[in-house]
Design a protein around this ligand. Structure first.
Ligand code: NAD
Length: 264
């Protein structure tokens, strides 16, 4: 079976390099026959994204900074003029000032709170609205979240608050667009070593802790997020919307460290 996405076209937002979760997703979509377009944030990222896009035969590679609504609108104008319509969208974008991804959440500044919310939460609502305009035949929208939305994770701070808002947005958008057969879901990924992940203070300790204490006793890889994304973006998940799907080796179901951890 290698044609789950045959005849489907979609946009992948958030590839920074070949460690990006969005890249893990893009490769799986391509392997199943999807035609992909990519966005990149600024020319420095563009130089890394273009060779990756080549590897998956993508022709449409457009700049987009989600802090700028005109930039977002222009991406969808390009998609409409080149393709007419799209079938799916992947939003794998997040940002907060790394100086506030440590210490107390209570010390979050107003400016960084707003910026984090705009980039990491509101941008999904904005791109969903633009994408829905060019999804006349229904479609599937996917964003990426983290369990710091529902449980306190050290140093995740304002990103946890933004992810809580993002997950609520998934539910409201799913309800808004359900009548048009546009499904909206999120994957809550376990920790992955990426550029964004490296911005969180002491991330490596979280990584090894979750590795030792998850039911599967390992961390997940971007190809595993890609597999679950493929399911949610394809007809395999035609009855699934408004869902937060965990791809985290089961860490979120645990209530305490393993006995091995406690005894050592
Ligand atoms: P990454 O650094 O590879 O990707 C983050 C992307 O966000 C980059 O491509 C960056 O260009 C983009 N971005 C940031 N600000 C932007 C802006 N203003 N406009 C446009 N794009 C912007 O890291 P990643 O870990 O692959 O992150 C992808 C998503 O996965 C994020 O939402 C992140 O919060 C989420 N996530 C990451 C982890 C993890 O441990 N790495 C775990 C769960 C969820």
């Amino acid at each position: 079976m290698n044609e789950l996405m045959k005849g489907k076209r979609g946009l992948v937002m958030g590839v920074a390099n070949d460690h990006s979760i969005a890249w893990g997703i893009a490769q799986k979509l391509h392997a199943q026959g999807a035609e992909l377009a990519f966005t990149y944030q600024g020319e420095a990222f563009g130089r890394r994204v273009k060779p990756l896009a080549d590897k998956v035969d993508a022709r449409l590679i457009v700049p987009c900074d989600v802090e700028d609504s005109a930039s977002v609108a222009s991406v969808f104008e390009t998609l409409q003029s080149e393709w007419g319509s799209i079938d799916f969208l992947v939003h794998a974008i997040g940002f907060s000032d790394k100086n506030e991804l440590k210490g107390l959440y209570a010390d979050t500044t107003r400016d960084n709170f707003v910026r984090t919310m705009v980039i990491s939460c509101y941008s999904f609502t904005e791109v969903a609205r633009e994408a829905a305009k060019i999804m006349p035949n229904g479609g599937s929208l996917l964003t990426l979240t983290y369990a710091g939305s529902v449980r306190v994770m050290p140093n995740y701070n304002v990103m946890g608050v933004a992810k809580a808002g993002l997950e609520a947005s998934v539910r409201y958008l799913a309800n808004d667009y359900g009548p048009r057969d546009i499904r909206v879901n999120a994957i809550s990924a376990g920790p992955v070593r990426t550029l964004a992940g490296a911005g969180i203070a002491d991330a490596r300790h979280m990584y090894t802790y979750q590795q030792r204490n998850s039911p599967l006793r390992r961390n997940i890889g971007i190809e595993e997020v890609g597999n679950s994304a493929l399911y949610l973006l394809s007809e395999m998940a035609s009855g699934v919307t408004g869902e937060i799907h965990y791809v985290d080796s089961g860490y979120h179901i645990t209530s305490m460290p393993t006995l091995d951890e406690l005894k050592n």
